[in-house]
Design a binder for this molecule. Structure first.
Ligand code: ZN
Length: 500
């Protein structure tokens, strides 16, 4: 028999979910469809929905209900939907009530101003334009962290918001080990003869690029009856329910890489969101386990599958058919090497698989130093350049290519923003290795353009659970081990040793 209080809890949580997803619809529309004249009213409307959702998230009624439900949860199987729902809802509630509503309001207004200033600072290529607001954001971030207790490092509560259970003490040694192992690999690659990727820099029609992307993600299993793919300035994924998951794509006519791999990336996020068990609909469990776990799925479909030789054995002839003029004379081998070219560069979002994590580590370290107070805001641009020189051997010419390149620090907290990208890469390889160990035929299927076995396994082991289990719990359940860099490093080494 259904517990009456569980029913009540679900209805309260669904109200929060619906307010959040209504806000997401407005945000999607703002980025994809809205004329610029709509900006001011849209900002007001979105802020109202956010405020209403936050009020419901921190309502004493919800707290009392969760309190009452603890004995119920204790009597349930700990893996059951209801037990997980009560546990996760309680954790969210206790974090949310520690932050005063007035603080959230002030921080939101400050963030909006900082974003505006960041746009101007980028145009001027001058961090100085936004430096004092950035300093204030840092204070807000430190305060936000201090509202929570029981943490070792000031960054821990900020990391915990996106990657629950991870701490600086866990991530720092993991990243240090990965960096040490990447170093000799990168040195070897740089010393080798460089790959020619000019075949990707021709003129490729928008219609052709969209057509090919659509064909591939349909094969991946993206369900267009429960999703859309539209154009936007920056590619992203959003979801309004399990039955309506949307991705966006950006086309560059003279760069085939950009739209292709960002579409495969966003499709990976979308497959996760479309595959939650329908029983989780409308609750906070209809979410990814963590940002790192979400990113592991986008990177798995983008890189481990989409940049593999087997994948292109199947799909390259089709791409040549769409772009005969550009690619008929380019061999599969040349194309495969071109899409996997490794080169130290300045921009994180354009980085290859080998150097990408170094971009992440630079930001992660700088965030920690800023929060700790060991790096002053005024010294940040120089610290950034120095880190790029040390990690990648390149130095930005201006602040736009440097410290102003990512939106994260100018659109929210400073701290907790970047670890998810490298955690995602590490997880992607560990998970893929487990999938191959269970179903060795996945490799052959990929060369036939078939992804059913892989997708079904991921759904069974990860996707359908939504947020019922943390990323660490999922990895433990799947592999019997905790997070480890071995499979990821082995993947990179095997792949790039062969290319370079
Ligand atoms: Zn992503």
């Amino acid at each position: 028999m259904m517990n009456e209080k569980v029913v009540k809890l679900k209805s309260l949580l669904t109200e929060i979910y619906d307010l959040e997803r209504a806000e997401a619809v407005l945000s999607w529309d703002q980025l994809v469809m809205m004329p610029s004249g709509g900006a001011e009213a849209r900002g007001r409307q979105m802020a109202l929905l956010k405020k209403l959702a936050h009020e419901k998230q921190t309502a004493p009624e919800l707290g009392r209900l969760l309190e009452d439900l603890q004995p119920v949860a204790d009597n349930l199987n700990s893996d059951s939907d209801d037990a997980c729902l009560i546990k996760v809802a309680m954790r969210d509630y206790q974090k949310a009530i520690k932050v005063p509503a007035s603080f959230m309001g002030e921080f939101a207004a400050h963030t909006a101003a900082t974003y505006e200033a960041w746009v101007k600072a980028r145009e001027a290529k001058n961090f100085g334009v936004v430096a004092s607001l950035f300093g204030k954001s840092l204070e807000f971030s430190q305060q936000l962290a201090q509202f929570q207790d029981g943490y070792q490092h000031l960054a821990d509560p900020l990391i915990d918001q996106l990657d629950e259970g991870f701490t600086v003490a866990m991530i720092r040694p993991l990243f240090a080990e990965l960096r040490n192992r990447l170093k000799p690999l990168l040195i070897r690659i740089i010393a080798a003869q460089q790959v020619d990727d000019s075949c990707l820099k021709q003129n490729f029609s928008e219609a052709g690029q969209l057509q090919f992307g659509k064909e591939v993600i349909t094969k991946y299993g993206f369900d267009f009856n429960r999703g859309r793919d539209d154009l936007s300035v920056h590619p992203f994924t959003t979801s309004f329910s399990i039955g309506d998951v949307r991705i966006t794509t950006r086309i560059q006519l003279n760069n085939l890489n950009d739209a292709l791999f960002s579409t495969l990336h966003e499709a990976g996020h979308a497959l996760y969101e479309q595959s939650f068990a329908s029983d989780l609909e409308g609750t906070l469990l209809a979410n990814g386990a963590s940002m790192g776990m979400h990113e592991s799925q986008s990177r798995l479909w983008e890189n481990l599958v989409g940049r593999s030789r087997g994948f292109w054995e199947h799909f390259y002839p089709r791409l040549q058919e769409i772009f005969p003029e550009q690619l008929a004379k380019v061999s599969l081998e040349t194309f495969y090497r071109a899409i996997n070219k490794v080169e130290p560069s300045l921009i994180r979002t354009e980085a290859d698989e080998v150097t990408y994590n170094l971009h992440v580590m630079i930001r992660f370290e700088l965030e920690l130093q800023l929060l700790e107070g060991t790096l002053a805001v005024k010294d940040l641009p120089e610290a950034w350049n120095e880190a790029y020189h040390n990690y990648l051997g390149v130095v930005p010419e201006d602040h736009q290519q440097g410290v102003l390149q990512d939106i994260h620090w100018y659109g929210g907290t400073i701290g907790g923003n970047f670890q998810c990208y490298t955690l995602g890469n590490i997880l992607s390889a560990q998970i893929f290795e487990a999938a191959l160990a269970t179903h060795p035929k996945i490799k052959t299927e990929i060369t036939q353009g078939e992804f059913g076995t892989l997708r079904n396994w991921l759904t069974k082991e990860i996707y359908r659970h939504g947020r019922k289990f943390s990323a660490s719990e999922l990895v433990q359940r799947i592999t019997g081990k905790s997070l480890t860099i071995e499979p990821y490093f082995k993947y990179l080494e095997d792949k790039y040793q062969e290319i370079y």
